[in-house]
Design a protein around this ligand. Structure first.
Ligand code: ADP
Ligand code: ASP
Ligand code: MG
Length: 411
């Protein structure tokens, strides 16, 4: 039997009605002759609620119990969808991560999938089941504990199943009808893309476009999974949505394909650090040991023999970063005058594989921001992206100005 993976995100399973609607789509693919693996998220808002309960109970929580609690949202939706499908006379059952089992690393709350054995689910398909409804976002560690894959992780579950089972396609059903040139919620002129290259989608996702989890794009690229993003609210159309594909499949290419933003950024500066060989290592090793995800880094000269070191990290890791740096100072490993944390910043990025061959893109980006009076605090670039840190109050303005200037509304 040909096999499809269909993933439904939180808003697509937010109520019993929506679960029923999603189930109809699954039924249609079963009628088209497919066996289907459905990956479900928790009902929208549920994971946030569960995270809130954990943080309220224990601010410095045990990550294993965090995973035990936050993985429960997906379990409910998987069971409900299996029941709904059974009501429609479709042979279906639910699967929790450990039952498959989805084998992961032990990195609780950010685990990676290592292996998905196919025999248990395939045996059930062999017995006449048509649909396996799998709880997304969760797995099992080598120690036998439940793990979760990081926020947005059901996308990754979906792509990993598509790769493991050799699915014909992996359809990601969500609340927008595809991948846009930027988030349609903050730029009404954002344009839906029919196709986007893996490399661009990877950058957009890692720079904040939450429509797909970064790791899911990495896996799709590595295992050549045919990946499509489409709306669970629109009428059925087999050509709908956005196909994430190899860049060779894309005929026309603007220099810039999309704009991403992340409001969850903080800028930290260590003022007046002794400038000597090994200083970067002495600062960033304890941060790494403390699990701080450092992104942008800038080193400036201050007074003679001293330097200011600036870096960015997620806002919710500022306290952890401060503690790691204070401890390192107390131990005498580093020496600085003070730490300044600015949590009122956002990162804006432009992405496009066309940038590889076109000069002047960075200059144009900086000019556009300057025209709107937006000050740039930190800059980083790679072959196909340019990111800047700006005051958060300018975030939407910056996205819109760049979207306009690079004419992303035009195809
Ligand atoms: P789901 O619950 O289905 O996983 P998410 O909320 O995780 O959905 O992701 C979909 C959201 O991603 C959209 O509602 C949209 O606001 C946001 N988004 C950000 N950037 C983009 C983009 N470039 N294209 C489409 N959606 C985007
Ligand atoms: N429910 C999880 C989250 O909100 C996983 C997902 O929806 O992909 O992050
Ligand atoms: Mg998501």
């Amino acid at each position: 039997m040909p096999l499809l993976v269909m993933k439904f995100g939180g808003t697509s399973v937010a109520t019993l009605d929506r679960i029923a609607r999603a189930s109809k789509r699954v039924a249609r693919e079963v009628a088209n002759g497919y066996d289907v693996i459905v990956i479900v998220s928790a009902m929208s808002g549920k994971t946030n609620e569960l995270v809130g309960w954990v943080e309220e109970t224990a601010p410095l929580y045990d990550a294993r119990e965090y995973d035990a609690v936050v993985s429960s949202g997906e379990i409910v939706t998987a069971g409900l969808m299996a029941l709904r499908l059974q009501e429609m006379e479709i042979p279906a059952r639910s699967w929790q991560g450990w039952q498959v089992p989805v084998k992961t690393t032990s990195a609780h709350s950010a685990a990676r999938i290592e292996e998905i054995p196919t025999d248990n689910i395939n045996t059930k398909f062999g017995e006449g089941f048509k649909v396996a409804v799998v709880a997304g976002f969760q797995g099992l560690s080598p120690e036998g504990r439940v793990t979760t894959l990081g926020r947005g992780g059901s996308d990754t579950t979906a792509v990993a199943f598509a790769a493991a089972f050799g699915a014909e396609r992996c359809d990601i059903y969500t609340d927008v009808d595809g991948v846009y040139t930027t988030d349609p919620r903050i730029e009404s002129k954002a344009r839906k893309l029919d196709k986007i290259a893996f490399e661009e989608m990877l950058e957009l996702a890692s720079l904040g476009a939450k429509v797909l989890q970064t790791r899911s794009v990495e896996l799709a690229m590595r295992y050549k999974v045919k990946l499509r993003v489409l709306s669970s609210f629109e009428e059925y159309d087999p050509t709908a949505g956005t196909l994430v594909c190899d860049e060779e499949e894309i005929v026309e290419q603007n220099a810039v394909s999309g704009v991403a933003y992340s409001r969850d950024e903080a800028k930290m500066t260590l003022i007046s650090v002794a400038d000597r060989p090994g200083i970067a290592s002495a600062i960033f090793s304890p941060l790494s040991d403390a699990g701080v995800n450092v992104d942008m880094i800038v080193q400036n000269i201050s007074e003679e023999g001293r330097t200011d070191m600036t870096f960015s990290c997620p806002t919710n890791q500022v306290a952890r970063a401060e503690k790691a740096l204070t401890d390192a100072k107390e131990k005498g490993d580093i020496n600085y005058r003070e730490i300044v944390a600015d949590t009122d910043v956002a990162k804006i990025s432009i992405v496009g594989i066309g940038m590889r061959s076109q000069a002047g893109i960075a200059a144009k980006m900086f000019k556009v921001l300057a025209q709107d009076g937006i000050n740039i605090k930190v800059i980083t670039t790679s072959e196909i992206k340019i990111s800047v840190l700006v005051d958060r109050k300018y975030m939407e303005l910056a996205v819109q100005a760049l979207h306009d200037a690079f004419e992303l509304d035009k195809g």
